[in-house]
Design a protein. Structure first.
Length: 386
């Protein structure tokens, strides 16, 4: 018996709908928070770092979708465990000047690309301006090089026409005969001119940047070798520029024919790429943003777990900052679903601190507690009067 052929497309359609439903439900459990953009305003071509913290309700693989101005820029697959946050970073480059709207799985943000001075006018205007300046410079050079015009010697003024009221023609003055050269008498020998004194001349080489990539607040060592190539000792000012701005000046005194290693240490607290220049030598280093403060709780302790009416119970746990910067966190204790107490802590990067709550209950019964996801319970027993 032949099976109906129309069942095949129907089965394929049901499989497609089922796969789409499963993928959508998996993405629905993804939570994106703490979206951080390294710089609110950048120049065209500069690097922008976009960082976020993601969590999920269930274990699985989730897709992060980064859009800028509704245009897909990048996607990342992230393996997440339930309720375990993870920091994810994206790197983009500033495009043409304007405002850029960031969308990371529905979580919004923005940054602005500034217009540079050179981009304010079209290239042909800069070419015309350069040509005009070049002509003016050439004209000034020609004027400076051209010798001044001198009046020719021995020029006889034109004779005035004789006539009424006019002066008589001038009688020419006889030209005197040249006198013979005087006899030179011997004298003392003239002292020769002293030779010019050689000066100290310097050169800079072997620019080194260590390391080329650091995190915010970490030091970068910049060094170069300065050599005195002259015949005399002298002093040299080594100028360090970062991004075209003078960062430091080192004074070095060197004897003739000697070299010295000059070293500077730089620390930058803002993420980005930095261009270094020392006496015509150039190089770059990159500063990576630190992971934001993130807190986890562990080691819940309830002591004792069984007390009489009016007796004190201590509930404690260890709070750990897994981020790379110092942060504050509010630890909330709930008993039977109601907020019982709040404790504020301030913990440095990678640090831990135990937080304790002293609780007293007068009503007998079982008390369920919830300390930021850590759960347990204690019992208050009735005090029998004999």
């Amino acid at each position: 018996m032949k099976k109906p052929l129309w069942l095949l497309p129907v089965a394929l359609m049901l499989a497609l709908v089922l796969a789409t439903t499963i993928s959508a439900s998996a993405q629905a459990g993804l939570v994106v928070s703490d979206l951080t953009i390294s710089q609110d305003s950048v120049k065209e071509g500069e690097t922008v770092y976009i960082t976020t913290v993601v969590t999920a309700d269930t274990d699985g693989t989730y897709t992060l979708i980064l859009k800028i101005n509704d245009e897909l820029k990048e996607t990342k697959e992230v393996e997440l465990e339930a309720a375990d946050p993870q920091t994810v970073s994206f790197t983009v480059t500033g495009g043409p000047p304007g405002d850029y709207i960031v969308d990371l799985n529905g979580f919004p943000g923005y940054f602005t690309v500034k217009t540079s001075f050179w981009a304010m006018f079209p290239p042909y205007l800069w070419a015309i301006l350069g040509a005009i300046i070049g002509v003016l410079i050439l004209f000034i050079i020609v004027l400076a090089v051209m010798p001044p015009r001198k009046k020719q010697a021995g020029t006889v003024p034109k004779a005035t026409r004789a006539g009424r009221g006019g002066p008589p023609p001038a009688t020419p003055t006889p030209t005197p005969m040249p006198t013979p050269f005087p006899t030179l008498t011997p004298g003392p020998m003239a002292a020769p001119h002293a030779a010019p004194t050689a000066r100290a001349t310097f050169s800079v080489s072997n620019l080194t940047i260590t390391p080329n990539q650091v995190r915010e607040g970490e030091p970068v060592t910049i060094s170069a070798i300065v050599t005195n190539n002259g015949t005399e000792s002298g002093k040299y000012s080594l100028v360090l520029r970062i991004g075209g701005v003078v960062e430091g000046i080192t004074e070095i005194t060197l004897a003739s024919g000697t070299s010295q290693l000059a070293t500077s240490t730089i620390t930058k607290d803002t993420a980005g790429d930095y261009y270094i220049e020392i006496d015509g030598l150039g190089g770059t280093f990159t500063v990576i943003p630190l992971k934001p403060a993130h807190f986890t709780l562990s080691n819940l302790v309830i002591a004792p777990e069984r007390v009489k009416q009016g007796e004190s119970i201590t509930i404690s746990a260890v709070v750990t900052n897994t981020g790379e910067v110092t942060g504050s966190y509010s630890v909330v204790l709930k008993i039977k679903g109601t907020v019982e107490a709040i404790e504020e802590v301030n913990i440095g990067p990678g640090g831990s601190q135990r937080v304790a709550f002293d609780i007293t209950k007068d009503t007998p019964g079982f008390y369920n507690i919830d300390l930021e996801g850590l759960t347990g319970r204690f019992v208050v027993e009735m005090e029998w009067n004999k």
